[in-house]
Design a protein around this ligand. Sequence first.
Ligand SMILES: O=C(O)CCC(=O)C(=O)O
Ligand SMILES: [Fe+2]
Length: 213
Amino acid sequence: MYIRNFLTEDERRHLLDASEGQFRHSAVADGKRGTRRTSQSAYVARDHVVKCIEERALSVQGYDVPSSHLEPLQLVKYAPEEEYHFHTDWFADPAYTLPVNGGNRVSSFFAYVYTRNDTTGGGTNFPLLDAPVDQRWCDIVDCDEPWDRGLTFRPVAGNAIYWENLRSDRRSGNYKALHAGLPLSSGEKVGLNIWTRQAPLSEEARSYMTYPI
Ligand SMILES: O=C(O)CCC(=O)C(=O)O
Ligand SMILES: [Fe+2]
């Protein structure tokens, strides 16, 4: 699902201000810094603005998920050449879906917080989904990509993509949710992940996930 104007301009500025100086190189699920995710990430403290964004993320999900199922909000920042290779947000390895972490990730929001004016590249690509054919989607979908690359969203500040990671049994992962943060050719991009778990996270994990950042 695509949501235009998921974040207001004030919220976007607030997220950038609140995370200034907090970014560090992203790790993936094994906790190591690697070549798969070359961006930098930061968790944002749950202040009143963040709580408001969390409420909105819960409302999109029909209010049937309590806020205790939300991971701390995570910002991710890309410079030129940086990217996040193909991955799913759900985990196949049970080590990352322990009860303290609330099980697996049921759903994901990826919102675009900032894209510098000179940004090129840096779309979010879903290789196993079909791009819509209607040209009217081209403001948000990268229509210049060849059709066999699947669906690529342009990084449009304020907008968000929402998808479900698990199949309808809400247990097994959906491989169609495979996606990548494509490398930037120029500019700067900051995105926001909001991940909902199957069950409540421990109090500690709710404020700071030790992995993966
Ligand atoms: O940067 C993007 O477009 C996607 C990032 C992503 O998938 C993630 O952080 O899990
Ligand atoms: Fe992702």
